[in-house]
Design a binder for this molecule. Structure first.
Ligand SMILES: [Zn+2]
Length: 350
């Protein structure tokens, strides 16, 4: 069994929005380069494999037929604009399907014990894609499709989706908003200051899903220690849920200086993030972690931050974890925790 398997293809570069767009094909090269370097630097078994195209049935498990047809027809016609910041070219439909297929394959590799952990290094990203609409650079919801496949085809009953992208994953949240078999937990920049403008702590789910949508918003300028404390806060809820697998929407756009971000995380915050997720997975689900790539646009840092995240998820312990125990959380982040506790106190122990 591999320690980490990455699912990647150069085909992902064919989808291009426009030359100046931050969600550029170049992003993936740095993350894959980091994985290749790590193969030569550590004793863990790391493999890179090619994705499979997604089945229509899998797309339909999450998206309405009209949405799939719309993406297909615009793409087939040569491309066009979906929203002001989300555009397509002639390859977008096929490549978005490949990104969904890669994420499903990443889940399958972990489910079938081919690999302890996996990471789909894909674009376009997926977590802003709703059942019936595209937006925020996303067309099909890669991680939601993978989660739904694990539940409907592989019999999983408790899947956690941890979303550590800088932005609230509105699509993923809403797709599972009424359900208790998927716990969606998102740490993100406060919706008052950031896209998509939703993701408040009071958005906790509906009907059977009440309590299974956990939003932890952070104020602009939040730094690494508060971020990691937030992840520990989230871990407490995830532990009570006792997941059978941890799916992670990984975005590196909370990194300080990201062109679309307002949070101030260091590369080491992502090292610590990977490590905390590794510890959580070891405790509850035999180390099973399946990640897919969402955002992250600070090109010159992507190689280093990706490598640090991989190292953390492989179980290497960074110094920042020890520092975390000695450093108090700030008052503003603590006040966010109070809001989350108030919204969810009937559902989880704090
Ligand atoms: Zn993002």
């Amino acid at each position: 069994m591999n320690d980490l398997t990455l699912v990647y293809s150069d085909e992902f570069k064919k989808h291009v929005m426009d030359r100046a767009h931050p969600e550029s094909p170049e992003r993936l090269e740095h993350t894959i380069k980091a994985a290749r370097e790590l193969m030569g630097e550590c004793e863990k078994t790391i493999e890179i494999i090619k994705p499979e195209i997604i089945e229509k049935e899998d797309l339909l498990s999450v998206h309405v037929p009209d949405h799939i047809e719309k993406i297909k027809s615009i793409s087939m016609a040569g491309g066009g604009m979906i929203t002001l910041d989300t555009t397509m070219n002639e390859h977008t439909y096929d490549i978005a399907k490949l990104a969904a297929g890669a994420t499903k394959l990443a889940a399958k590799l972990v489910d079938e014990n081919h690999s302890k952990t996996s990471f789909a290094v894909v674009r376009p990203p997926g977590h802003h894609a709703e059942a019936n609409s595209a937006g925020g650079f996303c067309f099909f919801n890669n991680i939601a499709i993978a989660a739904e496949w694990l539940i409907s085809k592989k019999g999983y009953r408790r899947v956690v989706i941890l979303d550590i992208d800088h932005h609230f994953g509105n699509g993923t949240s809403h797709i599972f908003y009424h359900r208790s078999d998927v716990l969606y937990v998102s740490i993100h920049a406060h919706p008052m200051y950031s896209y998509p403008g939703t993701g408040y702590p009071t958005e906790i789910g509906i009907v059977e899903g009440m309590g299974y949508n956990v939003n932890i918003p952070l104020l602009p300028g939040t730094e690494s220690i508060d971020w990691l404390h937030s992840l520990n806060f989230a871990s407490n809820i995830i532990e009570q849920f006792q997941p059978q697998i941890i799916l992670v929407s990984v975005g590196f756009d909370a990194l300080i200086g990201d062109p679309v971000g307002i949070l101030n995380l260091s590369n080491n915050a992502f090292f610590g993030t990977g490590y905390i997720i590794n510890q959580l997975a070891n405790k509850f689900c035999n180390g099973k972690i399946c990640c897919t790539l969402e955002g992250g646009y600070k090109i010159e840092q992507l190689e280093e931050v990706s490598k640090k995240f991989f190292k953390g998820m492989l179980g290497y312990k960074p110094k920042i974890i020890e520092k975390l125990q000695e450093t108090r959380i700030s008052n503003h982040t603590n006040s966010m925790f109070s809001q989350v506790k108030r919204a969810l106190r009937d559902y989880w122990k704090f």
